[in-house]
Design a protein around this ligand. Structure first.
Ligand SMILES: Cc1ncc(COP(=O)(O)O)c(C=O)c1O
Length: 379
């Protein structure tokens, strides 16, 4: 049993045994398929866990110089990079950090090619492709929408890969199962098959929800084996969400309870916009431990209110087994991926602490934040 009294609210709490369970599944996929799974730091960058993650995943993937440095310094192993564009002033440092760099356009490749070629360290380069097929329904997460800036279409290539390019990269999935990958690959192979024969590696991006309970892992393994056999390719997958999926929670506390024309609102010591931004952006309603979506007859129904000034910094209604009181804990489930990487200090709200529950259920506080962290982002 977890002793919640040990945990300071507010705090992101990773449950180590759940992380290890996810990583074991990823190790199985790698062993069975021959692919390599690297951790997308944009989704999961809790570096105090990297000594564990590193035992299962051979490297990380970055989308900026800061992430590349974190990958190099804290993760180790291979450092990959993929972003819509690179700053010329960062590029020399990126070459120092990275083993694999994916360019989003042929013009960016042309701009940096000479620097890559004279680099003392061999860096393997790829182009991001747009297979013009994505099943992601929310345009915010669909890299194939009309007018997208992400990746280039097959008509931009000739019959041959550009000189010096060894890999191809696509990222068109978001929380998808492997049947979506299968349909996507049909488009990739049809449009880019001739280039796959020439490439040394293919990175299939993120969005593979490998660790979700209904994910069809065996189909993923089959698809990877097919690609490796047909095109003689090294295959990379770079999930972020699947690494941190359901590995922990955000512990919050009720600061006040008010009645707003018959609606009971619990004001918390956390903010949806600052600490759980995807709830508002995606949007989705997070699960709260021991609370339900209310039914008409439920008695103890409360709306969850964030502590910032934003009127929309609130979440829908939840039904609790008993009345809430000031000081009660509210546990938001699955708050590890895409939370700490996206936090802000809007309104000057403090960042939640970060902690780990070890396999013996003991709690370890990893980090707390305060005024200096807020101040250091400003001038
Ligand atoms: C290029 C690229 N790779 C990997 C990822 C990680 O995706 P996910 O966390 O959904 O697995 C993303 C997410 O946006 C991405 O843009």
């Amino acid at each position: 049993m977890i002793d919640f009294k040990q945990i300071p609210p507010a705090c992101y709490v990773l449950e180590e045994s759940k992380l290890v369970k996810n990583l074991e599944l990823m190790r199985y996929v790698q062993e069975q398929s021959g692919a390599q799974i690297i951790c997308a730091l944009k989704g999961f960058a809790m570096f105090s866990t990297f000594p564990i993650v590193r035992q299962y995943l051979p490297g990380s993937t970055a989308s900026s110089l800061n992430e590349a440095l974190l990958g190099l310094e804290e993760f180790g192993g291979e450092v990959h990079l993929c972003a819509p564009a690179y700053n010329p002033q960062d590029f020399q440092e990126l070459l120092r950090c990275c083993d694999h760099i994916t360019f989003n356009t042929l013009t960016q490749w042309e701009q940096f090619k000479a620097q890559v070629q004279v680099s003392p360290k061999k860096v393997s380069c790829a182009i991001r492709i747009n297979p013009e097929y994505s099943e992601v329904e929310n345009d915010l997460y669909n890299p194939c929408v009309a007018g997208t800036r992400l990746g280039i279409t097959a008509d931009k290539f000739g019959e041959k890969l550009p000189d010096g390019i060894e890999g191809l990269h696509f990222h068109t999935l978001c929380e998808n199962n492997s049947d979506t990958l299968e349909r996507t690959l049909a488009h990739v192979e049809q449009k880019f098959g001739h280039l796959l024969h020439q490439a040394k590696w293919l990175n299939m991006g993120g969005g593979h929800h490998i660790t979700r309970s209904d994910y069809d892992v065996e189909r993923l393994i089959r698809l990877i084996k097919h690609l490796r056999q047909t095109y003689d390719l090294a295959i990379y997958l770079e999930p972020g969400e699947a690494v941190g999926w359901q590995t922990g929670f955000l512990a919050a506390e009720v600061l006040d309870i008010l009645d707003s024309r018959g609606v009971k609102v619990a004001v918390l010591n956390v903010s949806f916009t600052a600490h759980m931004p995807d709830c508002l952006e995606m949007p989705y309603k997070p699960r709260i431990r021991n609370a339900q979506d209310p039914l008409p007859q439920d008695k103890y129904v409360y709306r969850m209110g964030g502590m910032s000034c934003l009127a929309g910094d609130q979440m829908g209604d939840y039904a609790f087994e008993k009345p809430l009181s000031v000081g009660d804990r509210i546990i938001f489930e699955d708050m590890i991926h895409y939370t700490m990487v996206k936090t802000t200090t809007f309104n000057g709200v403090n960042l939640p602490s970060i902690g780990i529950i070890k396999p013996d259920n003991s709690f370890q506080l990893v980090k707390s934040f305060g005024y200096q962290d807020y101040r250091n982002r400003l001038s």
